[in-house]
Design a protein around this ligand. Structure first.
Ligand code: ZN
Length: 385
């Protein structure tokens, strides 16, 4: 099966700040204009009445004092129309809290605005006289790709999306993963490996404390507080992302060696329970970590043509991987099977089940096949003892 794999990279280049600022202003003007074409029915349903001639008129107004390449105006108008349409959809479902706003200083670069040849990326800034040129060969961490998917300029640099057609291999091997608050438990090539992610927990905790302090400040200095909040949130995300990138890169290398696919829990199937505040925060954190981990591992594996599967994790840590009996909390993180007496770490139980259910060894809820459980016996006891 052929599929298109995508990766994105941030390249630290000297960005054309004047273009970024001008584009930001143009988008704000376009938004005001396009919003004035939103009509409302008697039932308060919004509708965009922005015709081709309205677009032409707006385009020529915006172009009148625009020195940059013209295509930027088209991309600005398109992106604002998209924003307004998205807002209308929300509004008509009664879910729009605020009017749409232009908040991000990012410039989407259409493929009519750049050329790519022999590793050299040439982006038109001002027609026929000013370009942003980047030699992608200088960035050897960007892998070989088939084509460029898209480019986005921001104050921090150039974000480049690259695409490649891959043949997804039919995997005989599957690794499974279970993301918890302080560790990620995996079953790779028949071995249980626990990855310590306490550092990630620590990062989030540190910033949580900072946020609480800033919140106090926000009464006296709301603007400063808001700025600081944004700064710290960004730092927190970057640090967490760095950590995840390193972790997933190592795992991908391991899986690529044995050509193994990966099975994850489908997070959509995890139902939230009402919990106390600190536990609630931890739950949110776990979910955030899991989403980030799965997202990164998935696109890295897909790039190599390795498959990814999701399964419904319901009862994954409460079902005995040997006899499908019910497991109950035993002590600490241990679970005990009420039917066969197996005692095992709950994270290990989860990855075993995720792997068996996902790879089809044991259909969910069915009795496991004898030969598999024999192998698993050794594995579970080896781990517990
Ligand atoms: Zn059992």
């Amino acid at each position: 099966m052929k599929e298109e794999a995508i990766k994105a990279y941030k390249i630290p280049v000297e960005v054309p700040r004047d273009l970024i600022e001008a584009y930001f202003e143009v988008k704000k003007r376009a938004l005001r204009e396009i919003l004035s074409h939103v009509t409302r029915s008697r039932t308060e349903k919004a509708h965009l009445n922005f015709k081709a001639e309205d677009r032409r008129r707006l385009r020529s107004i915006l172009l009148s004092d625009w020195k940059f390449s013209k295509h930027y105006i088209d991309s600005a108008i398109n992106s604002v129309i998209g924003l307004v349409k998205g807002w209308i959809k929300l509004h008509n479902r009664g879910k729009a809290k605020f009017m749409p706003k232009i908040t991000k200083k990012t410039v989407y670069i259409k493929n009519t605005l750049f050329s790519y040849k022999n590793g050299n990326l040439k982006i038109s800034i001002e027609p026929n006289k000013r370009y942003l040129e980047v030699n992608l060969r200088d960035y050897d961490w960007i892998p070989d790709f088939d084509r460029i998917g898209g480019l986005i300029l921001s104050e921090e640099g150039l974000l480049i999306t690259v695409k490649r057609e891959v043949r997804v291999e039919k995997s005989r091997q599957w690794a499974s993963f279970d993301v918890n608050l302080t560790n990620i438990t995996s079953l790779i090539n028949g071995k249980i490996v626990k990855y310590d992610i306490r550092q990630l927990y620590h990062i989030h905790r540190v910033y949580e404390k900072k946020r609480m302090r800033i919140q106090k400040l926000s009464k006296h200095k709301p603007k400063t507080a808001k700025k600081m909040m944004q700064k710290y949130s960004k730092r927190e995300k970057n640090r967490a992302r760095d950590f995840m990138h390193k972790l997933t890169a190592g795992i991908v290398e391991k899986l690529n060696e044995i050509k193994s696919g990966a099975i994850f829990e489908n997070l959509k199937d995890i139902k939230g329970r009402i919990l106390n505040k600190s536990r609630d925060l931890n739950r949110k954190l776990s979910k955030w970590n899991a989403r980030m981990f799965q997202f990164m591992l998935e696109y890295k594996l897909k790039w190599l043509g390795l498959p990814v599967k999701y399964i419904n994790p319901k009862n994954s840590s409460k079902t005995c991987p040997l006899c499908s009996g019910r497991m109950a909390a035993y002590k600490d993180r241990l679970m005990r099977c009420e039917k066969c007496g197996l005692i095992s770490d709950r994270d290990v139980v989860a990855v075993l089940n995720i792997q068996m259910w996902g790879s089809g060894v044991t259909p969910k809820g069915d009795e496991p096949k004898g030969d598999v459980s024999q192998g698993l016996h050794g594995l579970i006891y080896a781990y517990v003892s």
